[in-house]
Design a protein around this ligand. Structure first.
Ligand code: SAM
Length: 216
């Protein structure tokens, strides 16, 4: 791909994201600002703006840029929110969220990735993004409730603690499925204290969520 990283990033946003229907200007601007090359392993840097996921440590992946944009748009952020991400991976999606929201808490179960994600976010100056090394299926009760929850790994059903930790009016975006076929990207809105509404946003492919509260 020709041009410097900034030119590649602009092209990525225009062709892979805006042309496919992501319209939220806050999301498009955030995707134009976060340097994806700083979140991928050194040997993958030249691939940073390609239209696919890339390998990171621990056999995991940094998601396809379009999928990150689609998921963050579905969270419906307007600024000022407290957000939880489950599956910090490289820290890239947390950085995109941190561009818009007030604060993001990103949980990662693999220690090596949590350390790297924390360093990547700090190197890029995201003081409002916090990485926690833990099992994210339990959420983060000490920081709950959250205005939005982004689950960046697939699960057969949304873990109960995450549903409980979503603020009334809040949105959770989660890939629901088993992995033998594509997952449905679901947006779950907590309409009131006891009432949740689910919308299917289409097919995605994710690595599994592995934790105590994940139903198999
Ligand atoms: N959002 C990441 C990024 O921007 O690089 C990509 C996430 S990757 C597709 C999924 C991540 O979820 C992996 O890093 C995996 O280790 C993590 N994961 C899986 N189960 C988890 C759990 N129970 N708690 C926290 N993280 C988990």
């Amino acid at each position: 791909m020709s041009g410097g990283f900034a030119a590649q990033r602009d092209r990525m946003v225009d062709r892979q994201i805006a042309e496919r229907g992501v319209r939220d200007p806050l999301v498009l601007d955030a995707m134009r600002r976060v340097p994806r090359e700083a979140f991928v392993p050194e040997r993958e840097r030249t691939e940073a703006y390609r239209d696919h996921p890339l390998p990171i440590a621990g056999g995991q992946t940094i998601s396809q840029p379009y999928v990150v944009a689609l998921m963050v748009e579905a969270l419906g952020l307007g600024g000022g929110e407290k957000v939880l991400e489950v599956g910090a991976g490289s820290g890239y999606a947390a950085a995109v969220v941190a561009e818009i929201a007030d604060e993001v808490f990103a949980i990662e179960r693999i220690g090596e990735l949590a350390v790297a994600a924390r360093a990547n976010l700090a190197d890029q100056g995201y003081a409002n993004a916090h990485v926690i090394h833990a099992d994210g299926t339990k959420g983060l009760p000490e920081e709950a409730p959250f205005d939005a929850i982004l689950v960046s790994a697939r699960t057969p059903t949304a873990p109960a603690p995450l549903l409980e930790q979503l603020a009334p009016g809040g949105r959770m975006v989660v890939p629901v499925g088993l992995g033998v076929a594509a997952q449905s990207l679901m947006r779950i809105t907590r309409v009131s204290e006891d009432d949740y509404r689910a919308d299917d946003l289409g097919e995605v492919w994710f690595v599994p969520l592995i934790g105590e509260e994940e139903s198999r």
